[in-house]
Ligand binder design. Structure first.
Ligand SMILES: NC(=O)c1ccc[n+]([C@@H]2O[C@H](COP(=O)([O-])OP(=O)(O)OC[C@H]3O[C@@H](n4cnc5c(N)ncnc54)[C@H](OP(=O)(O)O)[C@@H]3O)[C@@H](O)[C@H]2O)c1
Length: 299
């Protein structure tokens, strides 16, 4: 494809690392990416070097020019690769306001994991979920990109993290990442939890609702296995549960996340780094579900 020729106020970033997300698999299935938008370069997450030689992390939420405030609430927002070409490329164009300085302590590879999965996890826990130190939080589907971020961030913030996974190997990896305990999917927990972080949907929803204390909070940002049914409404009202949606995060939250990673010396779990030319292998691994953490491509 030709090099990008962006409008005024946009910058071209030479991509040094780009992380893969489940979002890219959804796009390949046509979810959120209409035929009229094709051809489209996939990829939401990039870290690289801007035209002035600055090392940058790209905030992937692109708002309308006139939007002010929380970027995730702009009805016209899109993610890179939905309306504008994405990050699985040698070069990506983004509005200048979407560039955040990359601290030298953070590698390009690690930085590229932050703008989607890690930012989503940060907002789920701290902004939307109101999770505070000492709480017990259940993370469903331990192996995922968002789930591993929830585990590492929660642990670093003094939260007791319990996880579930279908795979014994992933349960063991989650414990090595900082989970306090790991359970088989659907297993009865030793006690009810303060909050549940959901990205799996149908396969775990009932267990999530049943695992909450009265007054507890369920934060949902994804439905990998499909929409939940039944919604468990009786439990929701009788136990006065809070069900809260969460999507991506703001530029400010991404800056705070980067600072938190440096402050606590935590880094994203990277499952595999591949050349961009071998992207197919990374997509296949994510689709196969045998991944713990992030798959990263380097052009
Ligand atoms: N709203 C947002 O802004 C936002 C942002 C990021 C992601 N998301 C969404 O959140 C979801 C997770 O994203 P991700 O990038 O973390 O995906 P991922 O890396 O592919 O992780 C998906 C995880 O789901 C778990 N899972 C459990 N039961 C499953 C089942 N029956 N079928 C399929 N998966 C099952 C798996 O965990 P185990 O194998 O360990 O059980 C798997 O590791 C996706 O649907 C994505 O679109 C939304």
């Amino acid at each position: 494809m030709a090099d990008p020729s962006p409008p005024d106020g946009w910058k071209i970033v030479t991509v040094k690392a780009a992380a893969l997300n489940h979002h890219d698999l959804w796009s390949l299935r046509g979810v959120g990416l209409g035929e009229d938008a094709l051809p489209m370069i996939l990829g939401c997450d990039a870290a690289g070097v801007d035209e002035d030689g600055n090392e940058v992390v790209v905030h992937a939420v692109i708002t309308g020019d006139s939007w002010r405030g929380d970027e995730t609430l702009d009805p016209r927002r899109s993610l890179l690769s939905e309306r504008y070409p994405g990050a699985l490329a040698e070069k990506v164009a983004v509005p200048a306001r979407n560039l955040i300085p990359k601290p030298p302590e953070l590698s390009f590879e690690h930085a590229s994991c932050l703008p989607t999965a890690w930012l989503t996890a940060y907002r789920m826990l701290f902004t939307r979920g109101g999770v505070t130190p000492g709480m017990t939080v259940l993370v469903q589907g331990a192996g995922g990109g968002v789930a591993t971020a929830l585990t590492v961030l929660g642990r670093a913030a003094g939260v007791r993290i319990w996880v579930t996974s279908r795979s014994e190997a992933k349960r063991a990896e989650a414990v090595s990442l900082g989970a306090d305990q790991a359970f088989e999917s659907g297993a009865r927990l030793p006690e009810r939890v303060d909050a549940v972080m959901e990205t799996v949907g149908k396969a775990t929803w009932g267990h999530s609702i049943r695992s909450l204390k009265p007054g507890g909070t369920l934060v949902v940002s994804g439905a990998t296995s499909g929409d939940a049914s039944p919604a468990e409404l009786t439990r929701v009202f009788f136990l006065q549960l809070k069900v809260i949606g969460s999507t991506m995060g703001t530029r400010d939250e991404l800056e705070r996340l980067i600072r938190f990673c440096l402050e606590r010396d935590i880094r994203p779990a990277v499952h595999q780094t591949l050349a961009l030319a071998d992207a197919r292998e990374g997509f296949a691994a994510l689709l196969g579900g045998d991944v713990v953490g992030k798959v990263v491509f380097t052009p």
